[in-house]
Write a protein that binds this ligand. Sequence first.
Ligand code: IPM
Ligand code: SF4
Length: 439
Amino acid sequence: MTGKTITEKILSDHSGEDVRAGDYVEARVDEMIGHDVTGPLAIDAFEDVTGEDRELAAPDSTVFTIDHHAPADGVKAANNHNIVRAFAEKYGAHQYEINDGICHQVMIEEGFVEPGDLVVGADSHSTTYGGLGAFGTGVGSTDLGTTFATGELWFRVPETIRFEVHGDLPKGVYAKDLILKFIGDVGFDGATYKTAEYAGSAIADLPIHQRLVLANMAIEMGGKAGIVEPDDRVVDYLEHQADLEVSIDPDLASDDDATYEAVHSYEGADLEPQVAKPSNPENAVGVDDVVGIDVDQVFVGTCTNGRYEDIRVVADALEGEQVAPGTRLIVVPASGAVYEKCLETGVLEALVAAGATFQSAGCGPCAGYHQGVLGDDDVCLATANRNFPGREGSMDSRVYLASPATAAATALYGEITDPREIETERYDDHATADLGVVR
Ligand SMILES: CC(C)[C@H](C(=O)O)[C@@H](O)C(=O)O
Ligand code: SF4
């Protein structure tokens, strides 16, 4: 038998079988997560498949967040929140409140996820956990409900596509630019049901908050998962960020003779800031192609780029300046802890002084529900992960996707601007360190 990818190792470990891509397994799931949109449906499924004396297979690993419509933007959302609250209390699951933050950020900050874990969430960006070296994947609410009951789920072991970036990244180029480039190269369905494995010296040098961006957006090329091999940076991050002590099994890495479906190789020095044009993340182009396009709104937030490091880059660029007249800057921290960190460090104050609207933690306008929905013909540049038609509001609005640095430069000038124009020292910190320590 040939060697294994990290994906094959994690699924072997969780099924007790020696599996390879294409095999089907019943696997033990370490953590499961539902939120205010998918949680109530998963609860229905759980109640359908369980009998009178129903109980959760693993209450301590079952997590609910209230993040998509939080605070409630209508009666339906408010009722859904109450369903989640009542269920979690009755069955002893963990439940996080409005302003605690987006499910994926909460799962990481609260120390639920460890390298090598198998995590399922009824949310497509559950791939995010791969930034810590876990196998995370999105499932439907019915699958989540049955997993609540059994603690297990079936999987087809995915093939792996490897994206390698060698050397160093130039200034102004971040993980967001890398992932937009990868998606642009393989297409929005280029990794359907595959693991996107990210490797090479430029990736190994990335701080964890940036690795999470790569894993988060694996789904935008169809990926079942997105993984960066865990290392000592993950250990440090979890200790400081999540108050969690972990050690990493040296075997938790892809073997040299593992089988890959494809390997895409890049030289870091060749890369430049990317922007995905409307209305698909695969429409990635070098920022030069879109500079000068007027924007009505800049949105900084989401489970992709709503972390402290991301928001701080924007605050730094705007400190002592004003958001361009006629442009709305909306900032939504990914978690309550990120909010507090912005408050404590003067980031919130700097943004408000510059004219930004700073809102409570959660998904914000990312999926077009509230807190900054776009109108007809509105043009937005967002640090989000999706820009499908109507994603942030009107079907006639247009959304460009980019890094926080590009968002900062764009907010300053009111038109898409190359972040390298306004680079500051803090951009370097942002690129190399995890600053969002919340404990
Ligand atoms: C509401 C939820 C099911 C959805 C998802 O799974 O992705 C949302 O988070 C999104 O980003 O569109
Ligand atoms: S921030 Fe956006 S992409 Fe992430 S979970 Fe919320 S709605 Fe989905």
